[in-house]
Design a protein around this ligand. Structure first.
Ligand SMILES: *Cc1c(COP(=O)(O)O)cnc(C)c1O
Length: 316
C-alpha cells in the first residue's frame, strides 16, 4: 500500500497582537500518523524501499522519536519487519513508543555508545539469514531527508507567488540537520534572500552548524549544483541559545509558551522541538526588533510529544 504523495501543507496566518505578520506552515498536518517532518522525509525513503525488494527496515531513535513512530507505521502498513535500535538512556514510555509497539516494531535497546556497532551487526546478521534490510539513518538523515525539505522550500515559494507575499524570516526547530539543510539548499537553488534561522533544540555550535553544513554540501555535490562556499556559510544560521537541557528539556517558560500557543492559536507545540523553537523565535524576534517583519514558523510536528507534555499537567 502506498502512502500517496504529500500534497502541499497549509500556511496560515496566526492572529498575534505583537507580531502582525506571523505565519505558520503546518507540516504537523501531513496526513500520515500525526505528520511532521519525519513523515515528509520517510515518504521519500519509502519510495526507494518500494522500488527495491527489501523485506526489513532498520532505523535508530529513542523512545521519544517521531521518526521511529512514522517508520514503524509505514513498515507495518507494508507488512515489512521493522527493527528499531534505541538508546537505553532515553527509553521511558511515551505515546510514540506505545505506537511503535502497536506497529509490531522489534526494539533493540543498547547503551548509546554501542548503537553504531549494534546497527552494523544487526544488518550483517539479517543479510546472513537471507533478508534484504534497508537502513534509514536516525532522524531520516542523508540526502533523501534533505531533498524532502528542498521540496518544502518549493512549497513556500509557490505560496509566496500565489499570495503575493515574501517572507523575510523562516524559523524552525533544527535537530539532526536535514530539515535545515534542505531549506538552505532550496534557497541556494532558487537564489532567494530569506533569512533562514534554525533554532537548535540540542546541539551546540560549532558542531551543530557543521553537521548542517555537511548535509548541505553532500546534497549540492550529489545534485551537481554549483555554489560559492562563502555564500553557503553566510546562509547557514544555527542559533544555539535556546537548547535548555537538550532533548526533553521542559523549562517553565516553554510550558507557558505551549499553553499560550494552544489557547491563542489552537496550535499544539511540544517541549522537545516546536515549543523550544517557537519560544526561541519569539526571543530572537524581540532581541533583533523584527516585530514588523514577515515571519514564517515551520511546525515540524511531534504532536504525540505534545500529549506527553499534556499528561504532566493532568489534574491530580
Ligand atoms: C526531528 C524533529 C525536528 C528536527 O528535525 P531535523 O531534520 O532532525 O533537524 C524538529 N521537529 C520535530 C517535531 C522533530 O521530530
Amino acid at each position: 500500500m502506498s502512502t500517496g504523495s504529500i500534497s502541499r501543507t497549509p500556511i496560515c496566518k496566526l492572529n498575534d497582537r505583537e507580531l502582525p505578520y506571523l505565519y505558520i506552515k503546518r507540516d504537523d498536518l501531513i496526513p500520515y500518523c500525526f505528520g511532521g517532518n519525519k513523515a515528509r522525509k520517510a515518504q521519500l525513503f519509502f519510495e526507494e524501499i518500494d522500488n527495491g525488494d527489501y523485506d526489513t527496515v532498520v532505523t535508530y531513535g529513542s523512545s521519544h522519536s517521531n521518526h521511529c513512530r512514522i517508520v514503524a507505521n509505514m513498515a507495518a502498513a507494508r507488512n515489512m519487519d521493522c527493527i528499531l535500535i534505541s538508546p537505553t538512556e532515553v527509553s521511558d514510555n511515551t505515546y510514540n513508543s506505545i505506537m511503535m509497539d502497536l506497529f509490531g516494531a522489534k526494539l533493540i535497546t543498547v547503551p548509546v555508545n554501542e548503537v553504531h556497532d549494534t546497527i552494523e551487526n544487526t544488518i550483517a546478521k539479517l543479510k546472513d539469514k537471507g533478508h534484504k534490510p534497508y537502513f534509514i539513518p536516525g532522524g531520516g538523515h542523508g540526502n533523501i531527508g534533505t531533498r524532502a525539505y528542498v521540496q518544502c522550500f518549493d512549497e513556500i515559494l509557490d505560496y509566496e507567488k500565489e499570495n503575493d507575499i515574501k517572507f523575510d524570516y523562516i524559523f524552525f526547530a533544527s535537530g539532526t540537520g536535514t530539515t535545515h539543510a534542505g531549506l538552505v539548499c532550496g534557497q541556494l537553488i532558487h537564489k532567494t534572500c530569506h533569512n533562514i534561522i534554525g533554532i537548535s533544540i540540542a546541539r551546540k555550535n560549532p558542531r551543530g552548524r557543521d553537521v548542517v553544513l555537511e548535509s548541505i554540501y553532500d546534497y549540492l555535490n550529489e545534485s551537481k549544483i554549483s555554489y560559492d562556499p562563502e555564500d553557503v556559510q553566510n546562509k547557514t544560521v544555527f542559533i544555539d541559545d535556546y537548547t535548555g537541557d537538550g532533548y526533553g528539556a521542559d523549562s517553565e517558560m516553554i510550558s507557558q509558551i505551549i499553553q499560550k500557543s494552544l489557547i491563542s492559536y489552537g496550535v499544539a507545540l511540544d517541549s522537545t522541538y516546536t515549543g523550544k523553537a517557537f519560544s526561541g523565535m519569539l526571543d530572537y524576534v524581540k532581541k533583533n526588533k523584527l516585530e514588523n517583519k514577515r515571519i514564517l514558523f515551520i511546525h515540524t510536528g511531534g504532536t504525540p510529544l505534545f500529549f506527553d507534555d499534556l499528561n504532566k499537567w493532568r489534574r491530580k
